[in-house]
Each structure stands twice: as C-alpha cells, then as structure tokens.
Write a protein that binds this ligand. Structure first.
Ligand code: IPE
Ligand code: IPE
Ligand code: MG
Length: 246
C-alpha cells in the first residue's frame, strides 16, 4: 500500500462535502438524515486532517445558493450546525484547533452567530490546526464584498486605486491571512466548483471523489492526499524548470 510522504502534506485543504441528500434518498430516508450523517463525517475528517498534520482546513458548509432549498431542509441544516458548534467545542479546543468562519455570517440565525462567535473566541489562541467553516458563503459574494471594502477604502482616501494589486484584494477577503488551498477535495462525484473560493483556487489541485460525503472516511482523505502527492505543481512553469529550480 502506498505510504504518505510526511514532507509533502498539503498545508491547506479545502473540502466540498457534497452528496448528503443523495445518501439519504438512496436509503429511503429524509434528506435531513443525510445532513446528520454528514456531520459525523465532518467530525471524522477534522480529526484525520489534524492527525495527518494538515495546517488549515476549510469546509464548505452552506452556500449562499443553498438558502433557496425548502425551509424544512434549511432549518434542519441550521439546527445540526448549531448542535455541532456546541457539542464539538470541547474536543476542538482540547485538540488545539482554532475555528474561524468565512461568509456572510450576519445572514445566519442569531443563535448560530452566538455559538460561532463563542467558539471562535474560545479557540483563538490555539495553533495546532486552523479550521474554517464557509457559511452563507460563495466565491462571487466574497469578491463582491472585497470590492465594496476596497471602494470604501479608496473613497476614504486610505487607498490609491493605482496601488491596488493582488495582495490588496487578498487583504479584503474573509480570511485575509489564509494562503490558497493546496488541495480541493469534492465528495459526491460532481466535477464542478459550485461557487467555492473562486479567487483562492487559482492553482489548487482538484480531487473529485465518487464517495458521497456521509460515507467519506479517514481512508478516503488519505487517498486524496496520496493522489495529491503524485501531482506536479508547475504553476505555469515547464516540468524541467520545476525539477531543477534555478
Ligand atoms: C451537501 O449535500 C450539503 C449541503 C449542500 C448543505 P447535498 O444536500 O447537496 O447533497 P446532494 O448533492 O443533494 O446529494
Ligand atoms: C455545494 O454543494 C455546497 C456545499 C456543499 C455546501 P451543492 O449541492 O449546493 O452544489 P450543486 O448545487 O450541486 O452545484
Ligand atoms: Mg449537492
């Protein structure tokens, strides 16, 4: 069996945990049960990422587009999220994990905002692994919000339009100090980006898994990292340039 190279663990892994609904429907269960099982997979994969030495993990938890789902389903997802934030707090904190959030957080229920805020503040000093939940998030709305922030800074005279570069834009994203993901894992067999991290995924390696998210285990995560370790990240260079850097 292939072995992981500990010197080449992706520093930042982003995940699109898709397939909860199909998992439930294929069992004749309500979609809510798929989201419940999906929460268990989140627990397992957070632990696995930490054990493997991943430094940062971003999980696409709820998209801006997901608000259009039936009220019943949105309500179930939000209740599960609130429970997760409350019940995982001790384990996350004890494992030294720092929790963060990206997205239009003000659009979430105030109860959830409160739980999230308390978890973020409780774990602020932790440095074992950073874990970001993308909530009411989309890549386009993040860029729109960054554009608004930049426009306000220009208007206030704090920023010269000619001085705007990629670093400036990065500085106005939801998590400005986070590096781009090295690896994106999408569960649930769809080969699309679904409005996730459009700015940050510029040179990220993609791994599509046919496994539905509730069935996604530590072994699937290890398989994704093994595949990542076979990739050559050329970043626009030729293969020869990558192999013999000057
Ligand atoms: C992903 O699973 C979780 C969320 C979008 C919140 P889905 O609910 O999209 O599952 P499928 O894609 O319908 O199977
Ligand atoms: C992406 O899954 C969003 C999350 C996993 C939170 P979707 O199920 O919403 O994506 P589409 O609709 O299949 O593109
Ligand atoms: Mg889906």
């Amino acid at each position: 069996m292939a072995r992981l190279d500990p010197a080449n663990i992706p520093r930042h892994v982003a995940i699109i945990p898709d397939g909860n609904g199909r998992w439930a429907e294929s069992r004749g269960l309500p979609r809510e049960e798929g989201h419940r099982a999906g929460t268990e997979a989140v627990r397992e994969i957070v632990r696995a990422a930490h054990e493997l030495g991943v430094e940062r993990l971003t999980i696409y938890t709820f998209s801006t587009e997901n608000w259009v789902r039936p009220d019943e389903e949105v309500g179930a997802i939000m209740r599960l999220l609130e429970t997760y934030l409350r019940t995982e707090s001790d384990e996350l904190h004890e494992n030294g994990i720092r929790v963060e959030a990206a997205g239009r957080i003000h659009e979430l229920d105030t109860n959830i905002q409160r739980e999230l805020d308390s978890l973020i503040r409780r774990t602020e000093g932790n440095d074992e692994m950073r874990l970001a939940f993308a909530l009411s998030y989309s890549g386009r709305s993040e860029i729109v919000d960054a554009a608004r922030g930049i426009a306000r800074a220009v208007e206030a005279g704090r920023l010269d339009p000619e001085a705007i570069d990629e670093k400036t834009v990065q500085g106005f994203l939801y998590l400005p100090d986070w590096p781009d993901p090295d690896l994106l894992i999408r569960a649930g067999d769809e080969s699309r980006i679904s409005n996730f991290m459009l700015w940050q995924l510029a040179y990220t390696e993609f791994y599509i898994s046919s496994t539905l998210w509730p069935d996604f285990t530590k072994q699937h995560f290890v398989d994704a990292v093994l595949e990542y370790q076979k990739r050559e990240r050329r970043l626009g260079k030729t293969s020869a340039q990558v192999q013999t850097p000057t």
